[in-house]
Write a protein that binds this ligand. Structure first.
Ligand code: ATP
Ligand code: MG
Length: 414
């Protein structure tokens, strides 16, 4: 079933705000078997909104809008809807009670603006927003559905998951949609495609395969659509295991489990602990590790040893290693990893030292040079990577490469 999406917001058009709502809405719809066929971004201007509505209502059965539903003067969507559908604006007491309840602790003194948020077009029904005061608005017109949501991303997420997706599935879909994800790290898309070509070419029509690359990883999403869940589930399971067999140890996990969670799971299974020494990644690897609930069970801590002085003092790295080989070298990475493992008395450790850029490169160590080391009680493994996509992206990619090296050490793959 096709959906048209309207993103409303001057700040999205000016580039000040990145349209993450479009990404979120598109992904959630795709997971539920709906397809965004067009997305239009327009300013908070009544005429533009009305023209867009006329154009889309002529061609689509489901129209979703986001942005401009708040209480301030620059938010015009609600009034435009009333105007467009020739509907009066009415006060909704149930909605007002909900707004009062939401604001009870934060702002016990309601403003006139909050009262205004309980005024909605008579032609619309309310989709309860449990995360903010602007409700979702649903208008039914000539067998079509129009839904307006606020612009705040976490409110959009809540409304989509709790209200919009269940409503669309109930009204428009008789199909079950089942997704399975295979998560890979360390193998580029093109090489994955080459390895699984035969399976991909012979997929049945009701199963689709998508490649979703992100920061050095690829998520392979298999989406099966059908009426008979009992039939498609085993079919999907067989595909997941056949594809995984071909991609072997590049597969780190499945479905919603991200790489830091996989590492956490492996450490917990082995009752093992982890410490980290970071230079160029500035704590980002530790941030990823500690983003996982329960990481305190296995993560002891990290040293962000940016300066040589800190590397030698805190991680006990021999000054001659630093002066002979330099801070970005295999020897230093190895000494950092072994140093932090000893200091924190952990089963495993990981270290990263590199040149995140844009400056600081030399002929032999260009910007984007990274040395990684991962240690256990038995050995230390190292890896050199040269990669440059800009400073911040590099920090993120470097962190993924580091986590992958650690995963390989824990799994005994290196
Ligand atoms: P509010 O009650 O906060 O005014 P609203 O429904 O009027 O909500 P907007 O004013 O359009 O929404 O946007 C609220 C916030 O959400 C702003 O910080 C805006 O930058 C952000 N936002 C709006 N649209 C998007 C979008 N498409 N993607 C990501 N963020 C967005
Ligand atoms: Mg607003």
């Amino acid at each position: 079933m096709d959906v048209a999406l309207v993103v409303i917001g001057n700040e999205v058009l000016s580039g000040e705000t990145l349209d993450t709502n479009g990404k979120l809405i598109g992904t959630l719809l795709a997971d539920a078997g709906f397809v965004v066929k067009t997305k239009i971004t327009i300013p908070d201007i009544a005429g533009e909104i009305k023209n867009t509505l006329t154009q889309l209502l002529a061609n689509y059965d489901i129209i979703l809008m986001t942005g401009g539903l708040g209480p301030t003067n620059d938010d015009v969507t609600r009034n435009v809807l009333a105007d467009y559908f020739n509907s009066e604006l009415v006060f909704d007491p149930v909605l007002f009670d909900h707004i009062k309840e939401l604001l009870k602790h934060r702002h016990p003194n309601l403003t006139i603006m909050n009262e205004q948020q309980a005024i909605i077009p008579k032609c619309a029904s309310v989709l309860k927003n449990n995360f903010g005061t602007a409700p979702g608005l649903l208008v039914r017109t000539e067998g079509k559905i129009l839904i307006a949501m606020p612009g705040v991303p976490y409110e959009v997420k809540g409304l989509m998951e709790e209200q919009v997706i269940p409503l669309l599935i109930k009204e428009f879909s008789r199909f079950k949609v089942i997704n399975r994800n295979i998560r890979l790290v360390g193998l580029p898309e093109s090489m994955i495609a080459g390895k699984i070509k035969e399976i991909e070419d012979s997929l049945p029509v009701h199963i689709k395969l998508a490649y979703l690359p992100h920061m050095g990883q690829v998520k392979l999403r298999l989406t099966a659509m059908g009426i008979d869940e009992k039939r498609i589930l085993p079919e999907l399971d067989a595909l997941v295991s056949n594809i995984s067999a071909l991609l072997a140890d590049y597969v780190y996990g499945y479905d919603d489990e991200e790489l830091p969670a996989t590492i956490g799971r492996m450490l917990k299974e082995g009752n093992s602990s982890l410490s980290i020494a970071e230079s160029c990644t500035g704590g980002y690897i530790s941030h990823l590790i500690t983003s996982i609930p329960g990481s305190s069970e296995y993560f002891k801590g990290s040293i962000i040893s940016y300066a040589n002085e800190v590397k030698s003092k805190l991680l006990s790295i021999d000054k001659s290693i630093l002066s002979t080989y330099g801070a970005v070298s295999e020897e230093t990475a190895q000494a950092m990893s072994e140093g932090v493992r000893k200091l924190m008395n952990t089963d495993y450790s990981l270290a990263a030292t590199g040149i995140a850029g844009p400056d600081g490169g030399t002929e032999f160590k260009p910007v984007g040079t990274l040395w990684l080391a991962a240690s256990s009680s038995e050995k230390t493994i190292t890896k050199r990577i040269v990669f440059y996509r800009g400073r911040l992206q590099n920090i993120q990619f470097f962190s993924t490469f580091g986590l992958d090296l650690l995963r390989r050490l824990i799994k005994g793959l290196e």
